[in-house]
Design a protein around this ligand. Structure first.
Ligand code: AMP
Ligand code: MG
Length: 308
């Protein structure tokens, strides 16, 4: 079943049922090495899922739950290995969306849920996006309207101190630092200390995407689309066949909310290429830029040779 959260729409299964979780992996065509986030509806339910939370994890969940923050902490035995891809830690979050919390409550179990899109593609922020990706493959989609945050949760790991930022997301880093002080940020393409499933290519449209535009993309005859963080200069407009502006007032939170729907719109227009302008480096800006960088990632021939 697909359901709304404040971040993106999720595809949910009983987190304690390995067979149900396996069905999610196959519906999404998601590799088994990419672990799932387990969703709970209240603070008591965390005891079913995780144990030995460090004091900083408690501080963060007090500050940001329910909301777009995921913590990675030691898992309970009730959570089968398939959920965590065999890791001893589990990722947990309590969603801010009340429909999601009610669904989890009614299910009387914790719910493992990745985003409701095929692996590697653009995340869904509307019920219609889920329908486009899965059609009759999902038995039910709960329509809760557009997601209010629009990018996935911020993920913090607690195997080290200071805690490690495993993914930029719906809670700004400034706000997290205000609660727990310093955090560690692994380099963009680091596999050390980072989480599995942090694909260099992710959130990708079918149309080639270039973050960010430059003169070498000014080829004549190319049908270019622009995904602009804020309204572009009028003089620049004529070179684009289609334009989506993420925030008229240049607000990173508003831009995050519109990001995936705008990317889907441009992807449906038969363009040769989509170029983007970066979000600023504060608030949800880094989460937007992270998605754009991954959506635009293409392996060079050298990298391909190395990875095979
Ligand atoms: P999503 O793609 O939104 O479903 O989020 C799943 C991501 O959360 C994975 O790709 C990992 O990066 C991270 N994650 C989930 N579970 C774990 C875990 N047990 N340890 C580390 N990272 C995790
Ligand atoms: Mg996803």
């Amino acid at each position: 079943m697909a359901f709304p959260t404040e971040t993106v729409y999720g595809l949910g299964a009983d987190a304690c049922n390995a067979a149900a979780v396996a069905a999610i992996f196959s519906a999404k065509q998601r590799p088994r090495f990419d672990p799932l986030i387990v969703h709970i509806h209240d603070f008591v339910q965390i005891e079913l899922v995780a144990h030995s939370l460090p004091p900083k994890a408690y501080k963060l969940i007090e500050a940001f739950w329910p909301g777009p923050l995921t913590i990675v902490v030691p898992k309970q035995k009730a959570i089968p290995d398939i959920v965590t891809s065999g890791l001893p830690q589990v990722a947990v979050r309590m969603p801010g969306n009340s429909i999601a919390r009610e669904l989890i409550k009614q299910a009387q179990t914790a719910v493992a849920a990745p985003s409701a899109n095929k692996f590697g593609h653009i995340s869904p922020t509307r019920a219609a996006h889920v329908q486009e990706s899965f059609g009759s493959e999902v038995d039910m989609i709960l329509d809760g309207g557009p997601c209010t945050v629009g990018v996935e949760s911020t993920i913090l790991g607690f195997t080290a101190d200071p805690p490690v930022v495993l993914r930029f997301g719906g809670i700004a880093l400034e706000d997290i630092k205000r609660v727990v002080g310093e955090v560690q940020i692994p380099p963009h393409n680091s596999r050390v200390n980072a989480s599995p499933g942090r694909q260099l290519r992710h959130y990708a449209p079918l149309t080639p995407l270039i973050a960010y535009d430059s003169p070498c993309h000014q080829q004549a005859g190319l049908r270019k689309g622009l995904l602009a963080f804020c309204p572009p200069q009028p003089a620049a407009l004529q070179q684009y066949a289609a334009i989506e502006v993420l925030s008229e007032r240049g607000d990173p939170a508003e831009a995050a909310c519109n990001l995936f729907a705008a990317l889907r719109k441009l992807d449906s227009k038969g363009l040769d290429v989509i170029v983007t302008t970066p979000a600023p480096d504060y608030g949800l800006g880094p989460a937007i830029n992270d998605r754009l960088n991954r959506a635009s990632y293409t392996q060079t021939a050298q990298q391909k040779a190395r990875s095979t």
